[in-house]
Design a protein around this ligand. Structure first.
Ligand SMILES: Cc1cc2nc3c(=O)[nH]c(=O)nc-3n(C[C@H](O)[C@H](O)[C@H](O)COP(=O)(O)O)c2cc1C
Length: 153
C-alpha cells in the first residue's frame, strides 16, 4: 500500500476541509503548510493576491513531515488570482528534489482553477492528476469527485 502525505495551505479552512475528507478515505498523514507572513484582514488579502499573482514565494514554517518518506504527496491550495498560494509555491520550491509522485487539489470561488492547475504542472514539472472544488459545490458532488480522484491517483 502506498504511503501518502497530504500537504496543504488553507487561509480560511475550505482547502483544509477537503484535505480532511481526503484523509478520511486515505487514512494518511497531513501537513498544514503555514505561511509566516500575516494573511489576515484586508491587507493580508491584498498582499496574498499580489504575491500569488507575481508568483512570489513567502516564508513558511518548517514542515514536520519530510516528503521523501512518502510514495505519493497530495498538495492542496486555494486559488489566489488564478495562481497558487505563495505558501504552496514555496513548499514546492523548497522540497522539489524530494517530491515523489504528486497529486494536486485546489479550492476556488469562481474561476482561475484551470490556470492554477497549469501553474502547478509548470512548477512541479510532474505529470499530475488534478482535483478542483468550487466553493458552492454540494457535499454529495464533492464526495463523488473525491472518490473519483482517489481512484486515479
Ligand atoms: C487573495 C485571494 C485571492 C483569491 N483569488 C481567487 C481567484 O482568482 N479565483 C477564485 O475562484 N477564487 C479566489 N479566491 C477565493 C478562494 O480561492 C476560495 O475562497 C478558497 O476556497 C479559499 O480557501 P481556504 O479557505 O482554504 O483559504 C481568492 C481568495 C483570496 C483570499
Amino acid at each position: 500500500m502506498k504511503k501518502v502525505l497530504i500537504a496543504y495551505y488553507s487561509r480560511t479552512g475550505t482547502t483544509q476541509n477537503i484535505a480532511a475528507l481526503l484523509k478520511q478515505t486515505l487514512n494518511c498523514e497531513t501537513e498544514e503548510i503555514i505561511d509566516l507572513k500575516n494573511r489576515n484582514g484586508f491587507s493580508g488579502n491584498l498582499s496574498g493576491g499580489v504575491d500569488a499573482l507575481l508568483q512570489r514565494q513567502t516564508r513558511i514554517k518548517q514542515p514536520v513531515h519530510h516528503p521523501s518518506a512518502y510514495d505519493l504527496v497530495i498538495l492542496g491550495t486555494p486559488v489566489w488570482l488564478g495562481n497558487l498560494s505563495p505558501a504552496l509555491r514555496t513548499y514546492i520550491v523548497q522540497n522539489k528534489k524530494y517530491l515523489p509522485q504528486l497529486a494536486f487539489f485546489c479550492t476556488f470561488a469562481g474561476k482561475g482553477n484551470v490556470n492554477a492547475g497549469k501553474r502547478f504542472l509548470r512548477l512541479s514539472e510532474k505529470n499530475t492528476r488534478i482535483l478542483s472544488i468550487q466553493n458552492n459545490e454540494t457535499p454529495d458532488k464533492i464526495k463523488k469527485k473525491i472518490e473519483n480522484f482517489i481512484q486515479i491517483i
